[in-house]
Design a protein around this ligand. Structure first.
Ligand code: ZN
Length: 316
């Protein structure tokens, strides 16, 4: 042990003496993308997330300091699929000329009704414009990161972006990406094994907004939500009423809040159904370092542990 330390010390010194090159400044649109990027980039990049932990990226309002950081960046990484319209506007107005990676490139998105999946004719005066003549507008569901299989595509795109921005560290990025891909694959298997512990008829969950469509499709859980794929439009009273009737009819008891959504509607649903909110799922944002979901991997472990525990308890 002692000998190995002595032998490797000169090598470390040599490595540190390599010409000091400024690490590329990388900007990720929101906390989940930032963590994926950190897992690949490690200490070779300077990383900034525009939408931080526990913050809602839907309809985010960037600050002047965000635009300033953009100007000096070598690489911007966004989710795409319409998730960060504010970022696209910011890129246009700032005159940013660096590279842009869309993490969902190559993913065939799920399509959703723009407003809502419990779509009716009552739009509740929420102030949103609808084109009634052509029926509900369909938009891509942006929440593809909630499927660990699709995360491999994110990883591929992020890694390619880092290598293009900083070819000198290609081996480092590839090594990290390979190790991360293996961890995500193992996590995917664990998720499937955990969900298998819940009787199929009990695999139903109510959350604040439609963030778990990909998750539900990948892992066989049905998700219901009063709010659509974006948190920007409030659900109408009629839509909430329909969801409450459905919860009662299907005897759904797994009700969760999200870390970044307004809890008011969900609390109302809890009140009117007599159900208890069973905890907090991490949907579109990680927690802070001190919280239960500071990384993408920790987010899955937290969400699955909570979901499976609740759905299994309900069978008793
Ligand atoms: Zn969302």
């Amino acid at each position: 042990m002692l000998r190995r330390t002595v032998l490797s010390a000169p090598l470390i010194l040599l490595a540190r003496r390599a010409p000091a090159q400024q690490p590329p400044s990388v900007i990720a649109s929101f906390s989940i993308l930032a963590d994926m990027t950190r897992q690949v980039g490690g200490d070779r990049i300077t990383l900034r997330a525009i939408v931080g932990p526990d913050q809602d990226a839907h309809g985010f309002q960037p600050k002047p300091s965000d635009a300033a950081a953009l100007t000096n960046a070598a690489l911007v990484i966004r989710n795409g699929l319409g998730f960060e319209g504010w970022l696209d506007r910011m890129i246009r107005s700032s005159g940013y000329k660096g590279a842009l990676v869309t993490a969902t490139d190559g993913i065939v998105p799920r399509m959703m009704e723009a407003h809502h999946h419990h779509h009716g004719h009552d739009h509740g005066g929420a102030g949103r414009r609808h084109n009634h003549s052509v029926g509900p507008r369909r938009v891509p569901d942006p929440h593809a990161w909630q499927d660990l299989g699709l995360a491999q595509r994110y990883l591929h795109n992020i890694t390619a972006g880092l290598i293009a921005a900083d070819p000198g560290n290609e081996a480092h990025y590839r090594r990290n990406a390979e190790a991360y891909a293996a961890r995500l694959m193992a996590l995917d298997q664990w998720v499937r094994a955990e969900v298998a512990k819940v009787p199929a008829a009990r695999r139903k969950i109510v959350t604040s907004h439609d963030a778990f469509g990909y998750f539900g499709e990948a892992y066989g859980i049905r998700f219901l939500a009063p709010q659509g794929v974006s948190t920007e439009a409030e659900p109408s009273a009629a839509e909430v009423g329909r969801l409450i009737r459905q919860i009662k009819a299907e005897n759904i008891t797994a009700l969760f809040m999200e870390n970044m959504s307004n809890p008011a509607t969900l609390q109302r649903i809890a009140q009117e159904t007599g159900l208890r909110v069973r905890g907090r799922l991490f949907a579109d944002a990680l927690s802070s370092e001190a919280g239960p979901a500071p990384t993408y991997e920790a987010m899955f472990r937290h969400n699955i542990a909570l979901m499976v525990l609740t759905m299994r308890e309900d069978t008793a």
